[in-house]
Design a protein around this ligand. Sequence first.
Ligand SMILES: NC(=O)c1ccc[n+]([C@@H]2O[C@H](COP(=O)([O-])OP(=O)(O)OC[C@H]3O[C@@H](n4cnc5c(N)ncnc54)[C@H](O)[C@@H]3O)[C@@H](O)[C@H]2O)c1
Ligand SMILES: [Zn+2]
Length: 367
Amino acid sequence: MNDSQLTVELGSRSYPVYFRTAARTELVERLVALAATGRLLLVTDTTVDALHGAALVGALGAAGLRVVQATVTPGEASKTIAGATAVWDAALNGGVDRRTPVVALGGGVVGDLAGFVASTLLRGLPLVQVPTTLMAQVDSSVGGKTGLNHPTGKNLIGTFYQPRFVFSDTAFLETLPARQVRSGLAEVVKHAVLGAPVLLDALATLGPAPADLVALRSVTRAAVGHKAEIVAADETETGLRAVLNFGHTLGHAFEADAGFEALTHGEAVALGMCAALELSERLSGLPPRETHRVTGVLAALGLPTDWRAAFTPAVFAHVQRDKKARGDRVKLVLLTRLGEPTVVPIHFHDLGSTLTALAAQNTRKTT
Ligand SMILES: NC(=O)c1ccc[n+]([C@@H]2O[C@H](COP(=O)([O-])OP(=O)(O)OC[C@H]3O[C@@H](n4cnc5c(N)ncnc54)[C@H](O)[C@@H]3O)[C@@H](O)[C@H]2O)c1
Ligand SMILES: [Zn+2]
């Protein structure tokens, strides 16, 4: 395994993901090489711009590039058609041409927005993802899903559009609040559970406020390796890619019910995974000790595990509105063993009664 890069294998659209720590000079060189007409469009948010954007823009300018900037307000509200319009305006007023790369410098919000803009502007501009949150480094920057929110739901507008490369530098994480780092680690746990259980032991040793950027780089590399394999096998989610929703059907419901401020996405996914593990014990034969192994790792990382406390009738109502629900069933990702996911269609009625029965067992043994 090459520790410093991997390739997402998609035929002529294959692309590298670079794993680095403090490598701005290399990033600038790669961007200069891609920017055939001497300019690029840098999409970021105001927080990331203040922390990391100015230094990058300075280095790009010193290397002779003209940088057109589109800087949005941080947060989900920018991942909308109004946000996309603001970026289109900045780009077109700034004189982008068909070979101008769009560089997404930021978390998943910026990545999804910039990806959408790159896929639509002038019928498609080269895209580069430079993820600055752990969530974006382990998940959203790889795989080519772009997305905008609509008043009726999150990520309902979007395209599949792969980047030319992803430049994942753990030095960006030095300025990320510890809670956001933990949130990203929940997605790493998800990848470990689905495809690389050996990674769980390494994760357990990171602790609740990981400061070791090199150790983070290696778990990031492992999680992205798993995601890249799945994306290569099923780019547009006609089948296998659905396993990446592990913990997310319930996780999204916890997130929506608690309010997006109260629980981070990763915290909600941690709770969703805990519920999915217990459902797996009941419905697909997962040995209880495997549930305990995963909940132990989540707890060691400072992530919540008490899904019962968060489970309310309103949560279940959210599950029934899940966009992946079909009629009276929802497809749930369960496990038969760690590393062996299975997608099971389940009636809402059965899911509701099983969850209610599990939630009532609040004396569950923890050993
Ligand atoms: N496309 C996909 O496959 C995919 C996958 C997972 C999630 N997503 C999307 O990603 C989004 C969530 O991403 P996120 O968790 O990165 O949130 P985010 O982009 O909102 O970033 C979280 C916060 O951290 C700040 N920030 C970013 N980098 C920072 C840094 N280095 N230091 C300090 N602060 C920094 C941002 O300004 C923001 O306030 C959601 O919209 C979700 O739908 C997409
Ligand atoms: Zn997620």
